[in-house]
Design a binder for this molecule. Structure first.
Ligand code: SF4
Ligand code: SF4
Length: 571
């Protein structure tokens, strides 16, 4: 909270010396940089860098031995605390029934700040208040476990008031061994009035940061002072502070949803960021010029790639696809324009399975996936509804998409699917239902294959096993797994307009993912999303040593091995 308020800077400007007492915070204070994690503020600095920093600060050589580093700083902080008039702490939880403030820490510094100066000021926020002490202790256990992996922290202070004694003539005298005065300041700052309070359930454990692809590349540039990463932008946005959310990197989130998966408080930061973007749009606050062009392109051309609509159906020329039918193939903008061969492949594979797909050709519209993530809610719904109308007009009962962004965007409106009587499936679901193992022969030369879960397929639609089952049929065995897979899968870096506006960030995230594939021993990464495929290929540059392929490509090769692709479904 003090960081959100920039309290230290304000006090220093008023001539009051402020010493951070947590070792990490003190290191960061001396380095003049941003903290890198809420509970490990200096985790981005090496012991050698800290040694150089301390040598300069203490004007004497301080070795890079961690014990030496902690000793010299402990002595300095202790000397400041012994002279301090005021100790300031936060609160991890406040028990309403008992009027007790609970503070958890491992270093012991918070106890000293609370006990040694004459006055203890607790600066906190209303959402820290829980009904009673039992609940407050539960909160602290959760924080400790998620922040440090320990069951319980080294210290838990429960403070209900100043230190006092009544040992002389049964009169109460305050300030015996501890402070005479304990003051609690609740900083609301728009919290109580916020219509969306979900961001306030954040307990500051920092788990989301460890899994956030954007944060792992750009660090605290993503987030706001005191609230790092996507939760910072969301917390600002939920309080109507859109300019602060924009400064905190509102549009650098890939909407991967990894943070939601690991959050102990189940804060849906992904949803919060999208709704903050929507608020930004309503207030006419613009994102990036690349995003504005992308949105204009969806409005004008029905695709985000700024190309005339008729180009989208070029891939289907010569395939003699009907425009009406019970099973409709929805290639989507990105597959159609970036990977036209993949679209043809889906048609060939469906035909090999004995299913003749229909296709809307140049009448196929944009599903609205990217614009919804960029905050254009109305436009996205309008696009989705137009698609459903077209599906019904084509007599479709099942719509198969190549891109999980399309199936996720269309299934975002279950009421539309119900109203128009259409089931939308991703191609991996469709193949999981229709591809029989007997039709497949293991593809030769594909020994080390892993599957990259697209965020729009896995976390957004809970489709983890379907593509793996299909791949296992085509390979004759299960793919190898990367350390981060399924619900914990890492993002490719491309989503939510990040590739369009921040190509360098997208590629850096993609390189991290390729490194994970290599670490798992994979030579081939199979995915089932054109955005992932594009970014995972491009991030490797010319010297790509990992092949990135589409799932349907592997399936077609497997069917070719048995001759099913040429002769049709084998019974
Ligand atoms: S949003 Fe969730 S995971 Fe992230 S710091 Fe807050 S409580 Fe922890
Ligand atoms: S959705 Fe992904 S990129 Fe966005 S804040 Fe969460 S983890 Fe980070």
């Amino acid at each position: 909270m003090t960081k959100e308020l920039h309290l230290a800077e304000h006090l220093e400007k008023s001539g009051i010396k402020v010493i951070e007492t947590d070792l990490g915070d003190r290191i960061v204070q001396l380095a003049g940089c941003e903290a890198a994690h809420p509970t490990g503020p200096a985790c981005h600095l090496t012991r050698h860098q800290i040694s150089e920093l301390f040598t300069k600060h203490f004007e004497k050589k301080v070795s890079d031995d961690p014990m030496e580093l902690t000793r010299v700083m402990r002595e300095e902080i202790a000397s400041y605390i012994s002279k301090a008039k005021v100790g300031i702490t936060g609160a991890n939880a406040i028990a309403a029934c008992e009027g007790a403030v609970v503070i958890v820490h491992n270093e012991g510094n918070a106890s000293k700040c609370a006990m040694l100066p004459d006055k203890h000021i607790i600066i906190t926020t209303p959402e820290k208040v829980v009904p009673n002490l039992d609940e407050a202790v539960n909160v602290t256990k959760l924080q400790t476990y998620l922040s440090t992996g320990k069951i319980i922290s080294s210290y838990i202070n429960v403070i209900t008031g100043p230190s006092y004694t009544a040992d002389i003539e049964k009169q109460v005298y305050k300030g015996m061994h501890g402070p005479k005065e304990v003051v609690i300041i609740f900083v609301d700052d728009g919290r109580l009035e916020a219509a969306d309070k979900e961001a306030q359930y954040c307990i500051g454990c920092g788990m989301c940061l460890l899994h956030c692809p954007t944060y792992n590349v750009i660090g605290p540039v993503f987030g706001t002072s005191g609230h790092m990463g996507g939760i910072g932008a969301y917390l600002e946005g939920s309080r109507g502070r859109i300019d602060e959310a924009l400064k905190g990197g509102l549009f650098t989130c890939t909407s991967c949803g990894a943070c939601v998966e690991v959050c102990p408080s189940r804060v849906d930061t992904k949803k919060g960021i999208i709704s903050t973007r929507a608020t930004a749009k309503k207030l006419k606050k613009r994102g990036t010029k690349e995003h504005e062009s992308l949105i204009a392109s969806v409005k004008n051309y029905d695709n985000p790639w700024q190309v005339p609509r008729r180009q989208k159906s070029k891939w289907s020329q010569g395939l003699r696809l009907k425009k009406k039918g019970a099973v409709l193939y929805f290639a989507g903008c990105s597959t159609s324009l970036l990977f036209p061969e993949s679209a043809k492949r889906v048609v060939r594979v469906m035909r090999a399975l004995g299913i003749e797909p229909a296709h809307l050709a140049q009448d196929e519209r944009c599903c609205g996936s990217t614009v919804r993530k960029l905050g254009e809610e109305l436009l996205a719904r309008e696009k989705a509804e137009s698609c459903f109308k077209d599906f019904k007009g084509a007599g479709a009962k099942t719509v198969v998409t190549s891109c999980p962004g399309c199936s996720s965007a269309l299934n975002h409106y279950p009421e539309l699917a119900k109203r128009y009587g259409v089931k939308v499936q991703h191609v991996s679901q469709f193949l999981d239902e229709h591809l029989d193992k007997s039709m497949c022969e293991p593809v030769k030369g594909f020994e080390s294959v892993t599957f990259h879960d697209p965020c729009d397929l896995g976390r957004a639609q809970d489709l983890y096993e379907e593509p793996r089952r299909v791949l296992a049929k085509a390979l004759g065995r299960a793919p190898i797994e990367m350390e981060l897979s399924r619900t914990n899968s890492a993002c490719c870096g491309s989503g939510s307009g990040v590739k369009s506006a921040y190509a360098g960030l997208a590629e850096a995230i993609g390189r991290d993912r390729i490194a994970m594939a290599k670490a798992a021993g994979a030579k081939v990464v199979v995915t089932s999303c054109p955005w992932c495929e594009q970014n995972l290929r491009e991030c490797q540059g010319e010297a790509a040593d990992v092949t990135v392929m589409d799932l349907v490509d592997v399936v077609e090769r497997s069917l070719s091995e048995t001759g099913v692709r040429r002769s049709g479904k084998r019974r």
